[in-house]
Design a protein around this ligand. Structure first.
Ligand SMILES: [Zn+2]
Length: 69
């Protein structure tokens, strides 16, 4: 299983192993991402590239260190 999940529609990346409360996790709304918008991301290096080269952003709830506005 991939560590990260990117939403190709909103261009947000979620950290599936983030150590956050279930309340906070609910804000990610992972269950609302359509299957066709889900992209598995396996490494931090891939996350970096998606953010630098493809306009992705870290989820502010579970990947705040990569979140920009
Ligand atoms: Zn998230």
């Amino acid at each position: 299983m991939a560590r990260y999940l990117a939403n190709t529609n909103t261009k947000e990346i979620h950290d599936l192993e983030a150590n956050i409360s279930s309340d906070k996790r609910a804000l990610c709304e992972l269950d609302k991402i359509k299957p066709e918008h889900k992209k598995d991301v396996y490494t931090e290096g891939e996350v970096d590239l998606l953010i630098k080269n493809e306009g992705y952003d870290g989820c502010k709830h579970c990947l705040p260190e990569y979140h920009t506005d």
